[in-house]
Design a binder for this molecule. Structure first.
Ligand code: URA
Length: 432
């Protein structure tokens, strides 16, 4: 078998066998197949697609590239949640400590920023000294002792997804349903979770643009889970405007800490509640939504969710003082306010534009291995349906040493990312 023949086969839209998929993945991991050949195959997949069976083989090959954790002797239920990616999506940072403070063992395997979206691992690394690369043993022991750990893929857990994920990020091969499904579902299977809840996002700030495609991806993930003997629950949510107010690594962690202190916006709260609900009900800890809301509100109010976040930071070597002292974060030294040129209501706030602007400011990567600026990002002061007066600040851009041409472009995109109209629009529906 030769990689070039398999690239040709997929280019022609033909279906791979299990052996062919394993050949590609295993030899890529051994370095026998190079980045350029894997990139060509991924691009062929983007144009020709994978069948449901090929998707299941690819998912299984990612799982088989590493180990599978087994928590059965420490907990009956172990939860994991994953989002297909969005802008300002910091749900994991608040949901994981909330679940753990409610007694749910939570094994969270996360990724770095992908394409224009942010990644939990990059966000957490904005906490000084925070260590995301846990060995399987450290991950296991932390879940046993603290009830929750958030780790990047260790060399032993779905390493094939880790390597291919980084390649997809810089070869414009992210937005394919089968590739997203294999990437997400493989991590969830390897993490040993018994309750898997996925947040499939659609809209301008997601890889999937329409509700119909989101439903197809959700169905594919559920089906892949079934083929690989795992039950998967899915929430479908909109990513038309960014989630919450802060976009960028340090800024999103700060918003998450504020959330756990009880200061939150409605959209981040609602999606957190929906995902917590599915998990708590799956784990037999809640009966219905009323129950879920009471439980979640209680751990925020009594400080135990915040305390759990502190425990995560401490266990993973981070500086816990960030909880009360945000000056310990790197925040862009320069601030530029984008003002409203008219009075009225915000009717559009395009997540993709905000993401592009934040990336130009330094919050994301252009190439594999690029260093990101944790302090770069955007704080939204207004969201869709909010009232604005001429001269009000709609958003603030934070940055450090950005080339002038990139800064000019970031400002231009930010200025065009929103629309003001005299007619008020309703807050957009978030959860479907
Ligand atoms: N999140 C992942 O882990 N993988 C993807 O492909 C997309 C989002």
């Amino acid at each position: 078998m030769r990689a070039v023949d398999l690239i040709e086969k997929k280019k022609q839209g033909l279906e791979h066998t299990k052996e062919e998929i394993y050949f590609l993945v295993e030899n890529y991991m051994k370095g026998i197949i190079e980045d350029y050949q894997m990139s060509a195959w991924l691009m062929a997949v983007c144009f020709q697609g994978l069948s449901d069976t090929e998707t299941a083989y690819l998912t299984q090959s990612f799982v088989d590239s590493g180990e599978i954790l087994d928590f059965s002797n420490i907990a009956k239920h172990v939860a994991d949640k994953h989002s297909t990616g969005g802008v300002g999506d910091k749900v994991t940072l608040v949901l994981a400590p909330i679940l753990a403070s409610l007694g749910v063992h939570t094994a969270k395997l996360s990724g770095r920023g992908l394409g224009f979206t942010g990644g939990t691992i990059d966000k957490l690394e904005s906490i000084p000294n925070f260590r995301c690369e846990l060995s399987n043993e450290e991950f296991f022991n932390q879940i046993k002792n603290v009830k929750v750990a958030i780790s990047s893929q260790s060399p032993n857990l779905t390493p094939a997804d880790g390597k291919i994920y980084a390649l997809r990020d810089v070869t414009a091969t992210v937005d394919n349903k089968s590739l997203i499904c294999a990437s997400v579902v493989s991590k969830k299977i390897a993490s040993g979770a018994t309750s898997i809840v996925l947040d499939v996002k659609f809209g301008s700030g997601a890889f999937i643009k329409t509700k119909e495609e989101a439903k197809e991806l959700a169905d594919l993930m559920i089906k892949t889970g079934k083929l690989l003997n795992r039950k998967i629950d899915v929430v479908i949510s909109s990513m038309e405007q960014p989630l919450g107010f802060n976009i960028g690594n340090s800024l999103e962690v700060i918003e998450s800490i504020e959330f756990l202190k009880g200061f939150y916006g409605e959209d981040l709260y609602d999606i957190t509640l929906a995902l917590a609900g599915k998990t708590l009900i799956n784990c037999g800890l809640a009966y219905d939504d009323t129950d879920v809301k009471k439980m979640v509100d209680e751990v925020i109010k009594n400080g135990s969710a915040l305390q759990k976040f502190k425990e995560i930071i401490k266990a993973q070597g981070g500086n816990v003082n960030v909880i009360n002292d945000y000056s310990l974060f790197e925040i862009g030294k320069n601030k530029m306010e984008i003002k409203a040129l008219d009075s009225g209501y915000i009717t559009k706030l395009t997540a993709l534009d905000i993401a592009h602007s934040a990336k130009l400011l330094g919050a994301g990567r252009d190439k594999k291995g690029d260093k990101i600026d944790f302090g770069a990002g955007i704080i939204l002061k207004k969201k869709i349906s909010d009232n604005v007066n001429k001269g009000d600040t709609v958003m603030e851009l934070y940055y450090n040493n950005v080339e002038q041409s990139k800064l000019d472009e970031a400002i231009k995109i930010a200025r065009n990312s929103f629309k003001i109209s005299k007619i008020k629009v309703e807050k957009p529906q978030l959860i479907f």
